[in-house]
Write a protein of this length. Structure first.
Length: 219
């Protein structure tokens, strides 16, 4: 129940508890926390813990309870807008100071040596990698990128209205493709030009160019 009340004896009337969903065995961390109440500081030389076995218990489950490790602690510190506004009312108080003295920052700094060790290990593995024909692979990748760039330039020229509109006649086979989806081949049923005014000429031209670039892949 979370009551800070040291006692001479702690009694577990059951080895199971209901966690809101189902009954399960008491974890090692819960056993350590509750059994640690046994023994009054300055009054008792030792504390007594009684664990009542209300049902058959497998050895693995018993070891998990009696020899388990305490549950790890993780900081839930979060610097929110409300906290920042409250700190603005206090002089000589900065958010950086609070963050640097928080338990969350302590945990992050404690992980630094281990992370540096992993980083050095990964760098060593990276430097030890030997790729056969590495120069040829680089050249091939460069040529592939150039080929893709040239294809994109050709695509932009082909899909310009002045180049593609003369081919948009009924019965023409077209390949419809968007940025993500490929709709395959189809047959053009009809095509008509839209008359526009000089006022909307530039807007329509840009819109038409974008539509043709996104929809028509090749003719």
């Amino acid at each position: 129940m979370g009551i800070n009340m040291p006692a001479k004896t702690v009694v577990f009337t059951s080895m199971e508890k209901f966690d809101g969903d189902e009954f399960r065995y008491v974890s090692g961390g819960e056993y350590i926390q509750m059994s640690g109440r046994a023994g009054r500081r300055g009054l008792d030389d030792r504390g007594i813990t009684i664990l009542m076995a209300t049902k058959k218990l497998e050895p693995e489950n018993a070891k998990a309870i009696l020899k388990g490790q305490s549950d790890p602690l993780y900081s839930s510190f979060h610097l929110g807008y409300n906290m920042l506004l409250n700190m603005m009312r206090i002089e000589d108080l900065h958010p950086e100071d609070i963050m640097m003295h928080s338990f969350h920052q302590f945990q992050q700094e404690r992980l630094c040596p281990e992370l540096k060790k992993v980083l050095l290990q990964k760098l060593t593995e990276y430097k030890s990698i030997n790729i056969q024909d590495e120069n040829l692979i680089k050249r091939k990748e460069k040529l592939k990128n150039q080929k893709k760039q040239i294809e994109n330039e050709i695509q932009k020229i082909v899909t310009k209205p002045e180049n593609i509109v003369p081919f948009l006649v009924p019965g023409r086979l077209i390949h419809i493709k968007t940025n993500k989806d490929d709709w395959g081949w189809g047959v053009l049923v009809s095509f008509s030009k839209q008359r526009i005014t000089a006022k909307n000429k530039d807007i329509f031209k840009n819109k038409q160019q974008n539509n043709l670039d996104d929809i028509i892949d090749q003719t």
